[in-house]
Design a binder for this molecule. Structure first.
Ligand code: IFM
Length: 456
């Protein structure tokens, strides 16, 4: 078989591009939108690079028709976007703001007119500040509030949207938001992070129930996790055990409750020894583990770790050090580039937790892009990164993984959380002072991949 035949994807494979509300929309005071934890956090001195915030971002709120037209020109088949909760319920509860819903109705209508499938993420980190003031994800009630939001959004968009993701990367929300404080709401503590992780999982379960009750039976409901394969640097038992702890911390802590209805016992014991643990109540894990139609996998990099001497001083006291080979190339985020890790991860999830339909809901890389004197943005490193990862996704399909689609992160350069605008992940360059969009070399490359349903 030729190399071309090797990399053709199954018919109907969904080629998409992804963003998230706070990262691209801007217009933070428009039409009654309330403040989110990311407004508060990014306006707090010292939290983001250059003090950047999402006030304007990519101004997608006001440019959505042009952005959809650009997606259409590139041939993108699906757009994954998230709902800004404070546009719908400014205080996180109570009646919906029609103006907020209208924005997403318009976005979905534009996408449908362009034959682009909408894929909705209900929660991608912009929790209404009022809910945080009441306790945020550290309290159970926030899970109920997410279920209410699900009912509202499903009522508004349910006839037009077939793919629903309850939330994005609860690991990041809980461990970086409530554990290390690098993300909003900027709180610190292992127990707080574990409480948040449990209530996020519960929120996923309660929102799934609400979505299923409100949506047509044809709708697909799932969740997106950030996952990384973790390899031990040697076969020495202490390194293997260290890798197992990191795998539990990053991956199994979410996969096990969702797919098996139980937290991993080794991690429960590890946290208990640190006087911390998830506040599980009767029935929670049944709610969390109700069947999902698909799992969304966000993959950026893989870990290679070894045991550290003594405790490593990290949030979860895992006792590990990163031991990535120094020759491994890295992105502008400093993340090692390990395309084979994507194949390994998709196969592992299928073997250990499947069979289960999977989507790569995010994959991509930041590099230091610029507009050259010819007005072009040449990003060969990103093309190389994406090419290798698309091949890795294809290899997973050849190995029997039920992979249904691939979404590049991101459609646009955008507000990269604590990194502000200093890191560019887009296949489309955004000139922030003018908001001009310049498709990068990688966007043209992606266009050809989509048109060919694979790699030439
Ligand atoms: O920008 C983020 C996105 O919001 C969630 N996944 C990882 C991306 C890159 O850091």
């Amino acid at each position: 078989m030729s190399r071309t035949d090797d990399t053709v994807f199954p018919d109907g494979f969904l080629w998409g591009a992804a963003t998230a509300s706070y990262q691209v929309e801007g217009a933070v005071s428009a039409d009654g939108r309330g403040p989110s934890i990311w407004d508060t956090f990014s306006h707090t001195p010292g939290t983001t690079v250059h003090g950047d915030n999402g006030d304007i971002a990519c101004d997608q709120y006001n440019r959505i028709a042009d952005d959809v037209a650009l997606m259409s020109e590139l041939g993108v088949r699906s757009y994954r976007f998230s709902i800004a909760w404070p546009r719908i319920q400014p205080d996180g509860s109570g009646p919906a703001l029609e103006a907020g819903l209208d924005y997403y109705r318009r976005l979905v209508a534009l996408l449908r007119d362009a034959s682009i499938e909408p894929a909705v993420t209900l929660y991608h980190w912009d929790l209404p500040q009022a809910l945080q003031d009441a306790g945020g994800w550290e309290i159970r009630d926030t899970a109920e509030r997410l279920a209410d939001l699900a009912v509202i959004v499903a009522g508004a968009l349910g006839d037009e949207v077939g793919t629903w993701i309850t939330m994005n990367e609860p690991w990041v929300s809980s461990f970086m938001g409530y554990g290390t404080g690098e993300h909003a709401p900027g709180l610190h503590g292992l127990d707080a992070a574990l409480r948040a992780s449990h209530h996020l999982l519960l929120g996923h379960g309660r929102a799934s129930e609400a979505l299923r009750a409100a949506l047509p039976s044809s709708a697909e409901v799932g969740i997106t996790l950030n996952l990384s394969p973790v390899q031990a640097v040697t076969t020495e038992p202490q390194d293997v055990a260290a890798a197992r702890r990191v795998d539990g911390f990053l991956n199994r802590w979410f996969l096990d409750p969702i797919c098996r209805g139980a937290y991993p016992p080794d991690l429960l014991a590890h946290y208990a020894a640190l006087d911390a643990g998830p506040p599980v109540e009767d029935g929670d894990l049944e709610t969390v583990s109700a069947p999902i139609d698909f799992l969304g996998v966000n993959y950026y990099s893989a870990r290679t770790v070894g045991a550290s001497d003594g405790t490593d001083g990290s949030l979860a006291s895992l006792g590990v050090v990163d031991r990535v080979p120094p020759s491994t190339k890295r992105t502008a985020m400093g993340w090692p580039i390990v395309p084979t890790g994507l194949t390994e991860l998709l196969v592992r999830v299928t073997t250990d937790y499947g069979p289960l339909p999977l989507y790569v809901t995010e994959n991509g890389a930041a590099f230091d892009d610029y507009v050259d004197p010819n007005g072009e943005v040449r990003d060969p490193e990103r093309v190389e990164y994406l090419d290798a990862h698309v091949r890795a996704a294809h290899a997973a399909i050849s190995d029997g993984v039920d992979l249904r689609g691939y979404f590049v992160w991101s459609f646009l350069d955008n507000f990269e959380w604590a990194e502000g605008y200093s890191k560019r992940f887009g296949i489309v360059y955004v000139d922030y002072p003018t908001q001009r969009r310049v498709p990068k070399q990688s966007a043209r490359w992606y266009s050809t991949v989509i048109a060919a349903n694979g790699l030439a």
